[in-house]
Structure formats: C-alpha cells, structure tokens
Design a protein around this ligand. Structure first.
Ligand code: SAH
Ligand code: SF4
Length: 370
C-alpha cells in the first residue's frame, strides 16, 4: 500500500524507514523536506541518494487535502475550503495580526457533540480527519502564504504572513479525535517540522474530561474551554456534553491541566447569546464559578446561521458583561467581528461557498487567544 507521509510524525516515520530497510535518522531529513520546505516531490530532496528518492516515489506520497477555494478578505484574513473526499469539505482560516499569524484548524468533518448554537454541531458527525488532513491544513497554509508573500499588493508585512500560532477551533471537537490530533500536535511542535512553541498551539474543547486528562499527560499545549454558561442547568441545554461531564468536573480537570500547561491560565470561551446567557446575573454567577480556576475570558458574539433560533447579544449587553468580569479582575477579550457575511468564523465553519473566484470576502474573525 502507498503510504501518505503527511500521516507520520517523527516516531512513526522513523519506524517506516526501518520497515523499508533504511536508517531511522532519515525521518528527520524527510520531516524537514515535507514540513519546512513544503515539498511533495521526492525528486527535490537533494540530500537523499537517488536510489532512495526513487524507492520513496514507489512506496509513498505526500498528499494534503485539495484546495477547492481560497478567499482573501480585505484585512488579509484568508479562508481555504479543502476537499477531504466524498464531497466532504473542511475549512481553515488564517488570521494575520501585528505580531503573529494564527491558523484556525479543523479536526473533524461535522461534530457529534451537538452544541445547540453551533452550525457544525447541527450538521452531525461525519468522520474524524486523518493526521494528514489535520497537519495538511498547516502544510497548505504555509505553502500558499509563502507563495503569496512575494506579492507586495497588500500592506500586510511578510512577517505577518507566516503561521506562528495554531488554534484547534475549526470544525469538530479535537479531543474526540484524540490520537490523530495529538500526532498532528506533535508535528506542530517538532523542531524538524513546524517548531511552534507549546504556548502558541491551542486546543479548544467543549469539555471531554477524560480526554483532557490524557492531553495533559501526552501533549500539554495551551488550553481553551468552551464554557458558554455559568451553571449546569443552562450549560446542559447549550453544550449537551455537560450532562456527562458537569461543570465541577470540568473545572477540576482544568485545574489539573494547569499544573503542567505551558500557560498558567485557561481561556474560557463564552458565546454571547441574546437573552440566554448574557445578563448581569449570569456574569456574577460566572465569577463565582471560576473563582478557583486561573483563567481569562474570550467573549464571542454569536455568529448567526440560518435556522439557529438564537440572536447575537446586543453590543451594549456584551460591554456590560465584559465590564463586570473586568471589574472582578479578569482579563477579558471580545472577539471582533469583521463584516456581517457570516460564513467563516472559527467554530462556525460550515458556510456555503457561493463564489469560488471572488478575491474578497468579509469574515467575522479575530482570534484573540494569545
Ligand atoms: N469543538 C471545540 C472547538 C471548535 S468550536 C469547542 O467547542 O471548543 C470553536 C469555538 O467556537 C467554541 O468556543 C465554540 O463554542 C464556538 N462557536 C461555535 N459555534 C459558534 C457560533 N455560531 N457563534 C460563535 N461561536 C461559536
Ligand atoms: Fe462540536 Fe465545538 Fe460545535 Fe460543540 S461547539 S458542536 S463541540 S464543534
């Protein structure tokens, strides 16, 4: 069988070389070629002997998902729609900012956890992404960003055009695709691959407690938890997995995680839903809830989608909610929305593609994670 080398991390690639009768250290060379040079062609790997290149060309491929469309917003935000076969598509979004470039990565096609305000959740679960499909999003982003950085058409500087941060906040629940996500995280962190700092790679979860404990042991990176409600009764409705892992268990798992995490706080995401979870009373209850858990808040104005049944909180209510948290001493960011053409926000990546050729699209994105 032909092996797709994008599916392999350092260890499994070393095993692969042993299996084909080669030295395991070849894995490091290969990782560099694949992930740092961004090549998919064994013929370009000039420090490998010709016969090894030929052998690899017979046994293996380097294949990322195919780019179906490539949107560039006026502010430089870029969205790729990627085909993962059988008419399934996923999206990744690149958000350039002053000192960093953040890629929002998907982990599943659809999601089984059925949060009621999430369009991915409404789709239901289709399948887990492979390692190649997860890391392939980063591979493609780096390759295309690098290609475009030679163009000086935009005012975005070259340093902002590379991926320095990854947030697992695209489609799907990363901890429900644990093994593949951890392998992809390993590649993101590996010095022979992307060499990203643990602090700059964030897993966002709706709260799968046992998997969060496993992540702590296997690959602690920065953590974001989708809280969205200050009590179990409301969270049970919005985030149904709460019935299985209620808030006291989730917060205890967060505190365990922080003992080894690369950052000394958890980021709590809180989607702002008009009349549902955005009152002064909710804010006060939230402060009580998290008092023993070092954290920051990221308030996310709800991104509406057809048939959602929810409305975005009024700007004034978001401001009041934020101020109450801030007055209690918390660091709070409010995710900015850029434009109202809402089909590409992180965590809401199920929008339809209407025009595959247009160069600009407005996207309500701004990650304020790090
Ligand atoms: N499954 C993971 C990561 C993907 S969702 C999780 O739930 O954390 C990334 C973030 O976007 C989560 O905080 C999620 O709750 C939020 N989100 C989902 N749908 C949204 C919507 N319609 N508007 C605003 N935020 C949304
Ligand atoms: Fe899944 Fe996250 Fe959407 Fe919930 S918010 S349905 S966990 S992708």
């Amino acid at each position: 069988m032909i092996a797709n080398l994008l599916n392999y991390d350092a260890k499994s690639l070393a095993d692969f070389f042993v299996e084909i009768g080669e030295k395991p250290f070849r894995a490091k060379q290969l990782l560099r070629w694949i992930h740092q040079s961004g090549t998919a062609d064994f013929g370009h790997m000039s420090d490998l002997a010709k016969n090894l290149r030929d052998k690899l060309a017979h046994l293996a491929i380097i294949e990322a998902p195919q780019v179906i469309s490539d949107f560039v917003a006026e502010d430089g935000t870029r969205k790729w729609l990627l085909s993962v076969g059988a008419e399934n598509a996923i999206e990744s979004v690149f958000i350039p900012e002053v000192n960093r470039g953040t890629l929002c990565v998907s982990s599943q096609v659809g999601c089984a956890l059925a949060c009621t305000f999430c369009s991915t959740g409404r789709q239901g679960f289709n399948r887990n992404l492979t390692v190649a499909e997860i890391i392939g999003q980063l591979w493609i982003a780096n390759k295309l960003l690098r290609e475009n950085s030679s163009l000086s058409a935009s005012d975005v500087s070259t340093s902002e055009r590379v991926v320095s941060n990854v947030v697992m906040m695209g489609m799907g629940e990363p901890l429900a695709n644990f093994e593949n996500v951890v392998m992809a995280l390993d590649l993101m962190l590996d010095d022979y691959a992307y060499g990203l700092s643990r602090r700059r790679v964030t897993v966002s979860t709706s709260g799968l407690v046992p998997a969060l404990d496993r992540l702590r042991e296997r690959c602690p990176v920065a953590l974001a938890v989708s809280l969205h409600a200050p009590n179990d009764a409301l969270r049970d409705q919005l985030v149904p997995i709460n019935k299985k892992y209620p808030l006291n268990e989730l917060l205890a798992a967060c505190r365990r995680y922080l003992t080894v995490a690369p950052r000394d706080f958890v980021t709590f995401e809180y989607v702002m839903l008009d009349g549902i979870n955005d009152s002064v009373i909710h804010a006060r209850e939230l402060i009580q809830l998290v008092q023993d858990t070092p954290c920051k808040f990221n308030l996310i104005p709800f991104n509406s989608f057809h048939g959602s049944g929810y409305r975005r909180s009024k700007a004034e209510n978001i401001r009041i909610f934020r101020d109450i948290l801030m007055q209690a001493g918390f660091v709070v960011t409010v995710r900015k929305t850029r434009g109202d053409d809402i089909d590409a926000a992180c965590g809401q990546l199920a929008g339809q593609v209407k025009d595959k050729t247009r160069r600009t699209a407005t996207m309500p994105i701004n990650m304020e994670m790090q």
